[in-house]
Design a protein around this ligand. Sequence first.
Ligand code: SF4
Ligand code: SF4
Length: 193
Amino acid sequence: MEAGSDVIWKTTPDLGFLDEVMAIPGGEDVITCIQCGNCSGSCPTSRDMDYSPRQVFALTRAGYRDVVLGSKAIWLCCSCYNCTARCPKEIKITDILYKMKQLAMRYGYKNPETKKARTLAKEFTDTVRKYGRNHEMTLLRNYMLKTDPFGAVGQAPLGMRLFSKGRLSLFPKKNKGVKEVRKILDHIEKGRG
Ligand code: SF4
Ligand code: SF4
């Protein structure tokens, strides 16, 4: 390992983490990873990650819970599914990384470098929970206020252009099935989805 090797040597492995990942639907396949690196080579964001997808799986198998759940890597995954399509072992890499983000949120891992991604994920979920669907204006406003309030002023002209072309609505509309959507979110947040 190159990236973050100091952190790894100072961290105590926890093999219970591997069990936890293997309990994720598709997660049991992590142990079949042959470390070929196809995933990392196919990944458009791996060069900005602290650990490549291949390394994330190696660290998971070795029980490095804090390193994996505290990493930038899981938050930089943009769910393009390139890795999943090219994995020779048909491991559901994208879905497993997505679940790792949920675990990181649940256990309160707060790498300062992932603050924007974590905030966006939380604001998106909160907006969907409130209205039963996303509302871009609400999401953007809340995200900008929490991450870069002064930057929001600079984004105003873009917002106006989108609004004038009918691409942004000012007011959210609640989905009739909002209660069902909330139940689905509860189910996912309890780790059952
Ligand atoms: S492509 Fe699949 S088998 Fe190869 S390193 Fe990535 S996860 Fe492991
Ligand atoms: S799904 Fe995520 S990890 Fe896989 S290639 Fe795309 S960005 Fe990289």
